[in-house]
Design a protein around this ligand. Sequence first.
Ligand code: AKG
Ligand code: MN
Length: 209
Amino acid sequence: MPDLLSGGTAQRLALPDADLMLWQQVGLGRAYDRLLQQLIEETDWRQERITVYGKPYLQPRLSAWYGDLAYSYSGIRLEPSPWTPTLRQIRKRIEALTRLRFNSVLLNYYRDENDGMGMHSDDERELGPRPAIASISFGEERDFILRHRQRKDLGSVRLALPSGSLLLMQGDTQQHWRHGINKLRRRCGPRVNLTFRRIVAGNPRERGL
Ligand SMILES: O=C(O)CCC(=O)C(=O)O
Ligand SMILES: [Mn+2]
């Protein structure tokens, strides 16, 4: 039985060219289902338009960006909303567990089985080299898929992310691996994932230079 307040212990995942740690239960002192509902209700959700190979699409999920600085990815620019008390509380807990500091969070809301996220690396310039990204999940358990960029022999790695789990990706992980969340054939309920990030090098336009 995990200790709800200690956050349990982290498990290091043995994957080549990656630095991954998983806490099965972070322990926020509050029920994860309540947090899920609260995040769904109080977040300023948007469905972003993206362009892939010149074609416009609506992302198959809702998202929101909170924090201190704007962020750009896949050709879209996200203006940040100010931190809410809920997000500050979660950030505090994650910073204590990981002993790292984060200044931004990207929230993704997978409403059901038809929502997902394509394979990608979080390697935007604003995150600097070898970024640390702390990913916490609430709600439906979904598989996080990892694929090495060069080593096809490693195949797909599946990592189940239960409600209340925290995955820390750091070191060379983004350089060598892509990750994503597949849409499902079976029905499934809502899931909210928060990826805490640290923007270190604003791109020159963002800094007004
Ligand atoms: O939903 C997840 O677990 C992954 C989210 C993710 O990769 C991202 O926000 O960049
Ligand atoms: Mn990602």
